[in-house]
Design a protein around this ligand. Structure first.
Ligand code: NIG
Ligand code: FE
Length: 411
């Protein structure tokens, strides 16, 4: 099965050699080829170049992309799309004046989602979650990380992870799974958090390793949730079970979570709405990717990650949705890119690097996706006719995608 895209107005995010990620001033550079062709064979990118170099081929499908852009699909490195029900009631409560924290203290928040999820069968949870997965594929996402963390018991955490495993098997989108048992302390363990942490480590982690249910381990490191010491305890245990750290830090407070992430070679540290100079310094010249989640800032009306300052200090940055029922009920990477440009003053080139190449790195998918590179998966967005790549953030809220291809197959 081969496809030839011809007369592409601009082929964007072209990297002859696969690179891990871009940082600092390099984030402004988004390499492209104007008036290009792209050849897909057996689900992979097999050749590309200018139309002048386009070989005469007898391919099954030819697509004329005159006036249109071709680029890699979005890489969404932070989501919680396996969840039960919704939290629309809390949304209305927040409009009426309650804070995210006040709602959580009233028994809402993560514990509310956990109660709903514990009551669902695995099949029901799968049925609800696959709708969201199909939705994000249509919106141009071709690789996604999905977390557990709305189960908070042995059975319910494993149920979530098994649903993710089924989604991996059933869909062409590339998926990685993260164990986020340390998302909130369940009511039963309110006065004995350590016992809960030990349950995560001694009972759930061995099962995850045995059934190969996750690649990563995550902790919500935040005042009122899990401390820096708790985080360290979970990351160390996770590593023993082959789980690479990727953590929630600095959403509301800077308490040293970034530093503990870097110390344990976290693949990414995510949220970072509140960043002081020491946090920025700690990330310099490390292999840890900072990840910003602008839709969460938008939805909760909290500060945006100081992307400009971080990039100007030489750091890399990835962008992800955080799709979840509480803080970000949206999985639209096009909106994330637009919001990063509009609210965080990232240039379109920086935002697209952050949402493709750097996002792929933040979930260890940089060998497979995130750029137009020979041998990578043909996970591609074909836009509608557009002026330039800046149309995507400029026309925020409109859909500029005409077609999405995953592993060389049109959705
Ligand atoms: O990434 N901050 C922690 N966890 C999720 C939201 C959890 C929820 O409210 O359900 C997040 O924003
Ligand atoms: Fe999250």
């Amino acid at each position: 099965m081969s496809i030839l895209f011809k007369n592409i107005k601009e082929l964007v995010q072209v990297r002859d050699k696969a690179i891990a990620f871009v940082s600092g001033a390099d984030m402004k550079v988004l390499p492209s080829i104007k008036n290009a062709f792209l050849l897909v064979e057996n689900g992979l990118i097999s050749d590309f170049g200018t139309m002048v170099e386009c070989p005469k081929l007898n391919v099954k499908t030819t697509i004329d992309a005159t006036g249109k852009i071709v680029m890699p699909t979005w890489c969404d490195s932070h989501t919680h799309i396996v969840y039960a029900g919704n939290r629309e009631g809390e949304f209305v409560d927040r409009i009426k004046g309650l804070s995210y924290e006040e709602i959580a203290n009233k028994g809402g928040g993560i514990l509310n989602s956990a109660k709903k999820l514990q009551a669902l069968s695995e099949d029901e949870l799968y049925a609800q979650s696959k709708i969201r997965l199909e939705e994000i594929m249509q919106l141009g996402t071709g690789a996604v990380e999905i977390k557990s963390g709305y189960g908070l018991t042995l059975e319910a955490e494993l149920k979530m992870l098994r649903v993710i495993k089924r989604l991996k098997k059933d869909y062409p989108i590339a998926i990685k799974a993260t164990f986020l048992g340390a998302h909130a302390v369940p009511a039963d363990f309110k006065d004995n958090k350590q016992e809960y942490l030990e349950m995560l480590v001694n009972e759930i982690m061995p099962k995850i390793a045995e059934e190969q249910l996750a690649e990563f381990v995550d902790v919500f490191c935040e005042t009122g949730y899990f401390s820096v010491d708790d985080t360290e305890f979970i990351l160390k245990a996770g590593k023993k079970h082959g789980l690479i750290p990727k953590i929630h830090v600095n959403q509301f407070n800077s308490i040293g979570g970034v530093q503990v992430g870097v110390k344990h070679n976290a693949l990414s540290v995510d949220h970072l709405e509140v960043m002081n100079d020491n946090d920025i310094k700690a990330l310099k010249n490390t292999q840890t990717m900072p990840v910003a989640l602008p839709s969460c800032s938008y939805f909760l009306s909290i500060p945006y990650t100081p992307a400009r300052k971080m990039i100007d200090n030489g750091l890399p940055l990835a962008l992800a949705t955080d799709y979840n029922p509480g803080s970000t009920p949206s999985g639209n990477m096009n909106f994330v890119v637009a919001t990063a440009c509009i609210k965080m003053r990232m240039t379109p080139e920086e935002a697209i690097n952050a949402a493709t190449l750097n996002g792929a790195y933040a979930m260890s998918f940089e060998q497979q996706v995130g750029s137009i590179t020979k041998g990578k998966l043909a996970n591609l967005i074909l836009t509608k006719p557009i002026e330039s790549i800046a149309s995507i953030p400029y026309n925020f809220g409109s859909n500029k995608i005409e077609k999405v291809f995953l592993k060389g197959e049109e959705l």
